[in-house]
Design a protein. Sequence first.
Length: 70
Amino acid sequence: MIKPPKERVLPRGRVATWSREQLDKLTTLELRALLENAERLNETEITALCRELLASRRRRNAAGASGARG
């Protein structure tokens, strides 16, 4: 018979202690992976921050690409 662990290894919601500045230091690939994990774990604050940062990176990259064409 499998017994559940007596205590959690990591407390629930620990990822929510990440700041926007810490998340912004991640690569886009790392940020996407974190977003997927946050969605799976229902970490709504982190999900929202990841989406916001990814959207701002897309806007920044699109602006830089259109300016380079001119």
